[in-house]
Design a protein around this ligand. Structure first.
Ligand SMILES: Cc1cc2nc3c(=O)[nH]c(=O)nc-3n(C[C@H](O)[C@H](O)[C@H](O)COP(=O)(O)OP(=O)(O)OC[C@H]3O[C@@H](n4cnc5c(N)ncnc54)[C@H](O)[C@@H]3O)c2cc1C
Length: 418
């Protein structure tokens, strides 16, 4: 059986790997010249099982109102004349209800734990290197109110068998000495020593090479314009090469992994995917030899940014902007991230200019990805991973390969139409 995977980001490439391992003939189609060049390009690098709570939680509406109109706000809603944006926003508010938040958190934590196991197995099989660092993630709280919730969050992680500690401010500095000068407003942290970090782009591109060696065909430089369907399901995809030449490719099954663009291409088939782009930024700093940079990954909960050491670079990423499909870089938001990094690590020594980047998270209102079947017989989805596409990549890829192969996935999760 031949499967076309639409999209060569983290979701598409991991799916291609597991499909090929399961014996399928696989073709991956992407408009970029190589894998991982859109949202999977320069993310925060965290494989963060310890952060399953979605943005949509009971505290979110108040925070968003508080930040409204601030150009450097961690979460920024820019209203547009776009019905899909408003529908997404309304559903986001529904997902902020306590019962929804708990349900969504449980779905994400289960998939994240499964994904970590899948990643470990995949790495033992492929030996891929991607600046992996297994030193845990330390979540920092600078407001007493936020820190007061750390104990509850740690207890939830322990319920799932994860190690989680709630260090006070002094103990946070023992865990990551590079925080020594971050100021005296630090209240404490939540430390998940089993979490890890790594360069998602290096992983995606090296896994794509493994896929190609295993027989997966990559067709890069093809912009998919439509999925064609008949009474018996999807019959093919139409695409356009960079030189304007049209192409049509057909297979037995089709897996949509187009990130933020998944909903637009699925819509003409009558499929409503609740995915809308939520823009985020990252700043990558080359480090000097004696950089005084952290090696434990940091999540600054009060400012919604994460820092990850990727070899001799420090990646600082975060913030969220609901502003449509514009992936342009807003300098004010990058400067805000850089400023915050300077406050956390005032003695950091860099070895060159910062690199700014923006990407569109394919976000569902609940942050629970869409994995499963479409209404059409041979259409499948692995998309909508929002803030956690790197954390959830391997587990999602394996699950969708199981589903396409007619097997029950090894994880309990609200799979679509299953
Ligand atoms: C600032 C930021 C920080 C983040 N930090 C983290 C983190 O620390 N940990 C974590 O787990 N996650 C993080 N994420 C989320 C994670 O990066 C994403 O969830 C993930 O990259 C999404 O992968 P994807 O494969 O679904 O999408 P993409 O990587 O965007 O892949 C989709 C692919 O589809 C292709 N495509 C789209 N439309 C077409 C078309 N019409 N024709 C052909 N090809 C097309 C694109 O070229 C692209 O290659 C972060 C995201 C951002 C923006």
């Amino acid at each position: 059986m031949h499967v076309i995977v639409l999209g060569a980001g983290l979701a598409g490439v991991t799916s291609a790997w597991y499909l090929r391992q399961a014996g399928f003939a696989v073709t991956v189609v992407d408009r970029q010249p190589a894998a991982g060049l859109e949202t999977s390009f320069a993310n925060g690098g965290q494989i963060s099982v310890s952060h399953p709570e979605p943005w949509a939680n009971p505290g979110a509406p108040g925070q968003i109102l508080h930040w409204l109109g601030r150009e450097d706000a961690p979460l920024l809603f820019r209203p547009r004349a776009d019905w899909h944006q408003w529908a997404w926003g309304l559903q986001f508010l529904v997902e902020c209800l306590p019962g929804r938040t708990r349900r969504n958190t449980l779905a994400i934590v289960r998939l994240a734990l499964h994904s970590r196991d899948c990643l470990n197995t995949l790495l033992s099989e492929t030996g891929i290197e991607f600046d992996r660092l297994r030193k845990g993630i330390l979540h920092l709280f600078f407001s007493p109110r936020e820190f007061s919730d750390a104990g509850r969050r740690a207890a939830l992680l322990r319920e799932f068998g994860m190690r989680a500690e709630v260090p006070d401010a002094r103990a946070c500095l023992d865990i990551e000495p590079a925080l020594a000068y971050c100021g005296d407003t630090l209240q404490g942290g939540l430390y998940a020593p089993e979490d890890e970090t790594g360069d998602a782009l290096a992983f995606t591109q090296k896994l794509a090479e493994c896929c190609a060696r295993a027989g997966v065909v990559f067709r890069h430089g093809l912009g998919i314009t439509a999925l064609e369907a008949g009474p018996d399901g999807v019959t093919g995809i139409t695409a356009m090469g960079g030189d304007g030449s049209p192409a049509r490719i057909a297979a037995d099954a089709y897996l949509l992994a187009l990130g933020s663009f998944s909903a637009t291409l699925a819509r003409p088939l009558g499929e409503r995917l609740p995915i809308y782009p939520v823009k985020g930024y990252s700043v990558t700093l080359p480090l000097a030899a004696d950089a005084q940079a952290p090696s434990v990954s940091i999540t600054d909960e009060s400012h919604r940014i994460v820092c990850s050491r990727l070899g001799n670079r420090l990646r600082i990423a975060g913030t969220a902007e609901l502003t449509g499909f514009d992936a342009g870089i807003n300098r004010a938001r990058c400067e805000a991230i850089l400023r915050r990094a300077g406050q956390l690590f005032p003695r950091l020594q860099t070895a060159g200019a910062p690199e700014f980047w923006a990407g569109l998270r394919p976000a569902t209102p609940s942050n629970v990805p869409v994995i499963g079947r479409g209404r059409l017989r041979n259409l499948y989805f692995n998309t909508g991973h929002g803030t956690l596409g790197w954390t959830l990549a391997c587990g999602s890829g394996q699950a969708i390969a199981d589903i396409i192969g007619g097997n029950k996935p090894a994880v309990e999760f609200p799979f679509r139409n299953l």
